[in-house]
Design a protein around this ligand. Structure first.
Ligand code: FAD
Length: 405
């Protein structure tokens, strides 16, 4: 009998689940529903090339330039899934009931909000979707004073872009350092110095104490240091949370994310989940990741398994962020008790490596893409490394790959 595989969510996890499900079971009917109005597009360019005016969201479709149709996946746009009936195996959307034999949930993340600066408030922007990126780009064109709340990845990408556009930019961060969730002190300090050198005013250990919209459209922001900032525009980038309400309402196990096993199966064997919304087994227990590569790779595994496969998802994770001319990349799992070494690098580059015993576990680098590609393979293949060679730029990582695991 022909199988109905339904995927909820038009991010990389959903799109790759749908493509891989159809690839594995060519006879299956694979349908992807997304609440958005357009063919699914990549989010990373939204805070970089799109804001700079160098690209449009539709230039980077996740399924390739001919979209999901080219992969024989049926796409239902403007279709929000309201509920899942696990007994009847149907999802209820705005327009119809869709039956499924196997379901994949890939609803991604929701942005965390600041109560006095909610989404929809005039001159306040959040950034997650194509429509929000277009609106922010439009507003930046007339902006002279931008305040960004949050020195995480999205906040700093927007700050760097705004500074490149010549906008006076101030970033307010509660923590004592930037990018606290994704990098170590040393890498953070390097990136902070570059922002400050480029004129971005980053205020650490600082919170907002008062928000007062002004008659002229500006927003007066008072900080915990007692300073008053007058902003034409405020961008809030304080992180995301898993969009798990649909799964929770259907009675699936959720715990700050939909809990899945290595096969990406939820607590209902007919339902899989992938991407930002999942909590899955990592080397040190259940973990949630919020990055593009994880979404794509876990989505692909969930899709193949939904179509009859039995593959385990055991990633070597990685993320990247681009700020000014810094290409920052992390790869691997940070170990609990790392030995940390720094490899001397030329120019505006940096590379920190973390080992556990004889194995590399994690690395973070700036403008070190080639080295990190080889480091990734060393981690994946579990090749033992000589600690002295790690700090010797004369010994290329690619040569270490020739050592037997
Ligand atoms: C501006 C921006 C820049 C980024 N840059 C980087 C980067 O440089 N590097 C990196 O590694 N990562 C980056 N990321 C993170 C990366 O894009 C995400 O981790 C990834 O998109 C997660 O994919 P996902 O498929 O799990 O979820 P999402 O991409 O969030 O997709 C979920 C989709 O599901 C839809 N949906 C939700 N609920 C329903 C429902 N009930 N019915 C129908 N549809 C629904 C949503 O509208 C959305 O389209 C960036 C993210 C953003 C927002």
């Amino acid at each position: 009998m022909t199988k109905n595989i339904v995927v909820i969510g038009g991010g990389p996890a959903g799109v790759w689940a749908a493509i891989e499900a159809k690839r594995r079971d060519g006879a299956a009917n694979v349908t992807l529903v997304t609440e958005e109005a357009c063919e699914p597009y990549e989010k990373p360019p939204l805070s970089k090339a799109v804001l700079l005016g160098k690209a449009k969201p539709e230039d980077a479709l996740i399924a390739g330039k001919d979209g999901l149709a080219a992969h024989k996946v049926a796409l239902k746009t403007n279709t929000k899934c309201r509920s899942i009936d696990r007994v009847a195996r149907k999802i209820d959307t705005d327009s119809s009931l869709l039956p499924y034999d196997v379901l994949v949930i890939a609803t991604g993340s929701l942005m965390r909000e600041i109560a006095p600066l909610p989404q929809g408030m005039p001159h306040v922007h959040y950034l997650r979707t194509d429509a929000q990126a277009r609106a922010l780009k439009f507003s930046l064109a007339a902006c002279k004073n931008l305040v960004v709340i949050g020195a995480g990845v999205i906040g700093l990408e927007v700050a760097a872009t705004a500074a490149e556009l010549g906008i006076k930019t101030t970033v307010i961060e509660l923590a004592p350092r930037i990018l606290a969730r994704v990098c170590d002190d040393e890498t953070g300090a390097f990136i902070l110095a570059e922002h400050r050198r480029r004129g971005v005013d980053i205020r650490l250990n600082t919170s907002l104490t008062k928000v007062a919209p002004q008659r002229d459209g500006q927003i007066a922001l008072t900080t915990s240091a007692g300073d008053m900032l007058a902003a034409d525009l405020v961008v809030v980038g304080i992180g995301v949370k898993p969009d798990e309400a649909l799964a929770a309402a259907a009675g699936l196990k959720v715990q700050d994310g939909i809990v899945v096993d290595e096969q990406c199966r939820t607590s209902d064997p007919a339902i899989y989940a992938a991407g930002d919304v999942t909590r899955f087994p990592g080397p040190q227990g259940l973990v949630r990741l919020e990055n593009w590569r994880h979404a794509q790779d876990q989505g692909a595994v969930a899709g193949r398994n939904a179509a009859g496969g039995d593959e385990a998802y055991r990633p070597v994770p990685s993320f990247w962020t681009e700020q000014f001319d810094l290409y920052i990349q992390g790869v691997g799992w940070p170990p609990a008790n790392p030995q940390r070494v720094r490899r001397p690098m030329a120019g505006k580059s940096l590379l920190l490596l973390e080992t556990e015993g004889p194995l590399l576990s994690y690395a973070i680098g700036i403008n070190a893409q080639k080295d990190l590609a080889a480091v990734r393979r060393l981690i994946e293949r579990r090749i033992a490394v000589d600690p002295a060679a790690l700090t010797d730029p004369g010994q290329p990582f690619a040569a270490m790959l020739k050592t037997k695991a």
